[in-house]
Design a protein around this ligand. Structure first.
Ligand code: MLT
Length: 200
């Protein structure tokens, strides 16, 4: 997968996995990484799917309607890419913290839904429920921050709360932070995520 890897100053820190929103690329979230942890290594990935020229991490059939088969395939592809990258760049595969926005948050949530050890923790900015009606792996020891919007037109508060309870039912430690700026990723949401990360 097309990506950027930047080795951090402190090898005991997690590797931050950056996953952009629809139409973005691997450059978009680089400034966020510095605000979360400026000593951590960074692996920023570009989604492999194109929708009218816009990169995404998996196909959708319509706005908010996911192509489940492709989601499952792309989630495995990303998980395999994390295995390969950990070997290639010599970072700890068991210490990856994802930071995803929108479509990137959805594939990060899908990693948690399908693979017990894909991520150590995740910051999900405006995620949706990646799949419904499936059994999640035991996520004991995993921590998740959800940045949600009381008036997010893409992801309703009900769906944000459902995602929180699905993850919590699988034993993940989940914190949900509410904003009222629609689907936007605001500075105060990033600050809340940074504060959460410092207490990991
Ligand atoms: C998705 O397709 O993943 C969601 O609708 C969010 C987005 O628009 O990227």
């Amino acid at each position: 997968m097309k990506h950027i890897f930047e080795k951090g100053k402190n090898p005991s820190k997690p590797t931050l996995l950056l996953l952009h929103g629809t139409g973005g690329n691997e450059l978009d979230l680089l400034p966020l990484a510095g605000r979360i942890d400026d000593e951590a290594s960074v692996l920023s990935v570009r989604g492999n799917v194109l929708e009218n020229g816009m990169p995404r991490f998996f196909r959708r059939l319509a706005e908010g309607v996911f192509d489940e088969e492709d989601l499952i395939f792309r989630t495995k592809e990303l998980n395999d890419f994390l295995d390969e990258s950990a070997r290639k760049y010599d970072f700890n595969r068991n210490n990856i913290v994802a930071i995803g926005y929108s479509n990137g948050a959805n594939i990060a949530a899908s990693l948690l839904f399908h693979y017990q050890n894909a991520l150590k923790a995740a910051i999900l900015h405006h995620p949706m429920m990646p799949r419904k009606g499936i059994e999640l792996p035991d996520l004991t020891g995993k921590s998740v921050f959800i940045g949600a919007g009381t008036n997010d037109p893409i992801c309703s508060p009900l769906e944000s709360n459902d995602l929180q309870s699905m993850l919590a039912k699988a034993n993940a430690k989940v914190e949900i932070h509410w904003e009222n700026k629609g689907h936007q990723l605001t500075a105060s949401e990033v600050e809340a995520a940074a504060k959460w990360y410092r207490n990991l």
